[in-house]
Design a protein around this ligand. Structure first.
Ligand SMILES: [Zn+2]
Length: 255
């Protein structure tokens, strides 16, 4: 399932610049998958400025987040957020970055989570940078956090960003602060999945949550040949690693 999602997004649809037509096709497809899995799906649309997408000048435009809530969800009640960015830089088909994370998220959407709290699934648009600064990336997740009501912000009890999760054997687990990502190390141990812990890891959508005073952790980030270029193709992705990540995330959801 996760492997099929990677093949569809990176193999058939290809590069998914956050403001372009291929991204919209990917968002429509993923929204259909989440609806079919039983979630109530809505879109959050937002503006993205012009900039430089890893060496390619790109125009301003609109992007969107795909937000999937379980039926009867009350955002003011305690819940968890599981996110993955759906966009890529201009030239990359983005198998590892980040069809891998999307594939694991969509697989979990079809799973009986038995989680400790209700789980909102979010596919973020425009995570990838359009410039060098901390305000030149993570546009979709910053929009998502900005639009949360005060009760909804207080109700976010945990957030995980799945970003680049399909290569390697140990699973990188990161916190944005100086504190180690203890909850993810523990989840890995319970799931029988080796982890590599990292602190001050701020290069994905969890950082938008932590910047705003909310919880946030990241899974993924193993270096690989093909990062942000045209070689980021489905053949890079290891089904066993996607499976390990899925088991680790399930253990965290149930912790
Ligand atoms: Zn990424």
């Amino acid at each position: 399932m996760a492997v099929a999602a990677v093949a569809h997004l990176a193999g058939r649809i290809g590069p998914r610049l956050a403001t372009g037509p291929a991204f919209r096709r990917a968002a429509d497809w993923a929204a259909g998958e989440l609806s079919a899995a039983g979630y109530d799906v809505r879109r959050e649309r937002f503006d993205v400025p012009a900039g430089d997408s890893w060496g390619v000048p790109v125009a301003a435009g609109r992007s969107q987040n795909v937000v999937a809530e379980p039926p009867g969800f009350d955002p003011a009640r305690p819940h968890l957020v599981l996110g993955a960015h759906l966009d890529t830089v201009a030239v990359s088909p983005g198998a590892e970055d980040n069809a891998s994370g999307v594939g694991v998220l969509l697989t979990l959407a079809r799973t009986d989570l038995r989680s400790r709290l209700p789980v909102v699934l979010v596919l973020f648009g425009a995570e990838e940078p359009r410039g060098p600064g901390d305000d030149d990336h993570h546009y979709g997740s910053r929009q998502h956090v900005t639009r949360l009501t005060a009760p909804a912000r207080r109700a976010v009890r945990g957030m995980l960003a799945l970003d680049r999760v399909g290569v390697g054997e140990a699973v990188p687990v990161g916190s944005a602060t100086d504190e180690p990502p203890t909850a993810l190390v523990r989840a890995g141990r319970r799931a029988g999945v080796p982890t590599a812990a990292e602190s001050r890891q701020r290069s994905s959508d969890h950082w938008s949550f932590v910047r705003a005073g909310l919880p946030g952790l990241r899974v993924g980030s193993t270096p690989y040949a093909g990062y942000h270029d045209a070689r980021d193709l489905p053949g890079l992705i290891e089904a066993d690693q996607l499976d390990r990540v899925g088991r680790l995330v399930l253990a965290w959801l149930r912790d």
